[in-house]
Design a protein around this ligand. Structure first.
Ligand SMILES: Cc1cc2nc3c(=O)[nH]c(=O)nc-3n(C[C@H](O)[C@H](O)[C@H](O)COP(=O)(O)OP(=O)(O)OC[C@H]3O[C@@H](n4cnc5c(N)ncnc54)[C@H](O)[C@@H]3O)c2cc1C
Length: 465
């Protein structure tokens, strides 16, 4: 045993000699901190961790894993863990944090560990905006590999649809480019296929001329939730692409950090962002303001640099479980199920929120064959989130969501949006997140670039034989 330990330790020091970043073994002092994911529900014990600084570090780490027959996992932030990085080599990308804006091309070069907030801040200085989601703390790469649905999505599309090129290290340790012209198969499979084809070291993304938006939230009493959801259904029926919006039930936790009127309270909320003419955005809100005065109305013109205030997602790490699915429609029965389960039969629910986001627009105008991302024709995606501090709380929430799904069954398309899943569900439902035939084509690509399925910790697609 001691002999084995010495061998492993000496191989780690060989790896350390090959990388600029840091190699952290289980016996090292920083190990327990380094293996944390933002989502504290994730418990993972990698065989070794590499905090990469460069693409060459990533290549050296992947080659090391191949030599030692280890699987390879990668984490940018740990917001979207699919499978805990147990007994494998875990690459952390947080120190690969370069962002360079090219204002002439309206693109950004983004290294693997960059969070959206950094791209937003840099791009806004040039009057440009990236296609981030609701939280600037989320990583550009993980979000984009899963699709990437943000507040500009209906106008400009998914983040995945606006990648110019990826640089990645494949399982053989080679650094490659994937774009329309180079390795187009990999380019197809990275846009919506998660990290199954390689470790992305950087990407070039398109930016858009958005500096101010008309955005915010309308809060209505929870008792009006069914009416609000039905009215929302009519509002978005012919909404312009400039409007990306959602409707949700929010159960604010009873925590002291929240203002008293929110603490422990539930609301039906209409949320959105209009990225066209600001006056036209304001005019769209008459539909609500002329109907019932909301309890809270913070829809107003905001700089897009403040996009995080639209959803005010949690910033600090927390243990959370996510689920969701594409909906065919918001029928009265579907609304009834969502509202009833989100608020809870007896006035309490394990869900923190249940949000229906409006997709479609530019997303569905991209041909299905362009990328492996699926479900483009579906326009409504349900996102369910609950705080799960213990395994028991997680089990309870999972069972509850199972019941909600049963009640919703007639309105589910059968498709899922992979970015809104995590854990077991995201291991099991990869096929349902991809374009038709996409899973099989990805499996054939895996046979070429990763026949041993070393990269099985993101969306897991075993190689076809
Ligand atoms: C608070 C919050 C808000 C969110 N809002 C939105 C939203 O508005 N829209 C939306 O679409 N999604 C949203 N998401 C979901 C989010 O996009 C996913 O969780 C995404 O996977 C997170 O990416 P990450 O890199 O931050 O996380 P990580 O957990 O680090 O990575 C997520 C996945 O990507 C893989 N990955 C990460 N880096 C690489 C790499 N360099 N190469 C290959 N694979 C890699 C990982 O292996 C993992 O499978 C939100 C999530 C949270 C927690």
């Amino acid at each position: 045993m001691d002999m084995e330990l010495t061998q492993i330790e000496s191989s780690y020091s060989e790896l350390q000699a090959q990388v600029e970043g840091k190699v952290i073994a289980p016996a090292d002092a920083g190990y327990d901190e380094a293996r944390l994911a933002w989502n504290r529900k994730v418990e993972q014990h990698p065989a070794v961790i590499v905090v990469a600084k460069t693409a060459q570090d990533v290549a050296a780490a992947v080659s090391f894993a191949r030599q030692h027959d280890l699987g390879v996992a990668v984490q940018g932030t740990g917001h979207g863990n699919v499978r805990p990085a147990d007994d494998c080599l875990l690459i952390l990308t947080q120190e690969m944090n370069q962002v360079t804006i090219n204002p002439t091309d309206q693109t950004a070069y983004v290294a693997a560990g960059v969070k959206w907030g950094a791209v937003l801040a840099a791009a806004q200085q040039h009057g440009l905006a990236p296609l981030l989601g609701s939280s600037p703390m989320v990583g550009v790469v993980g979000y984009t590999l899963g699709g990437g649905l943000g507040w500009l999505a209906r106008k400009y599309g998914l983040s995945a649809d606006n990648v110019v090129a990826f640089e990645l290290v494949t399982a053989d340790g080679q650094l490659r480019t994937a774009s329309e012209d180079e390795n187009p198969d990999l380019f197809w499979g990275l846009r919506g296929g998660g990290g199954s084809l390689g470790i992305v070291t950087s990407l070039i993304i398109r930016l858009f001329p958005v500096t101010e938006v008309y955005a915010g939230n309308l809060f209505y009493p929870a008792s009006m939730a069914q009416e609000v959801f039905r009215r929302y259904r009519d509002w978005i029926a012919d909404a312009p692409d400039e409007l990306t919006s959602s409707v949700l039930i929010m159960n604010f936790p009873p925590i002291p950090d929240l203002p008293e009127f929110l603490r422990g309270q539930s609301f039906a909320i209409v949320r959105g962002c209009y990225c066209g003419d600001l006056g036209e955005g304001e005019a769209l809100l008459h539909y609500w303001r002329d109907w019932q005065p909301p309890l809270v109305d913070d829809f107003k013109t905001i700089p897009f640099s403040a996009a995080a205030t639209i959803s005010s997602d949690p910033v600090d790490p927390m243990p959370a479980a996510n689920s969701g699915a594409w909906l065919r429609e918001l029928s009265d029965a579907a609304i009834d199920a969502i509202v009833t389960y989100a608020l809870g039969m007896d006035g309490s629910s394990p869900l923190t929120f249940a949000e229906v986001r409006h997709a479609g627009g530019a997303i569905r105008r991209v041909a299905a064959a362009t990328a492996v991302y699926g479900n483009r024709e579906a326009e409504l995606v349900l996102s369910l989130v609950g705080v799960t501090p213990t395994p028991e709380a997680y089990q309870q929430l999972a069972a509850y969501i199972g019941q909600l799904n049963e009640a919703l069954r007639p309105s589910l398309t059968g498709g899922v949006y992979m970015n809104f899943l995590e854990g077991t569900e995201s291991q099991q439902r990869v096929r349902d997140g991809l374009a038709s035939g996409g899973y099989e084509r990805l499996a054939r690509l895996k046979a070429q670039v990763d026949p041993e399925n070393r990269l099985r910790y993101s969306f897991n697609v075993p190689a076809a034989h």
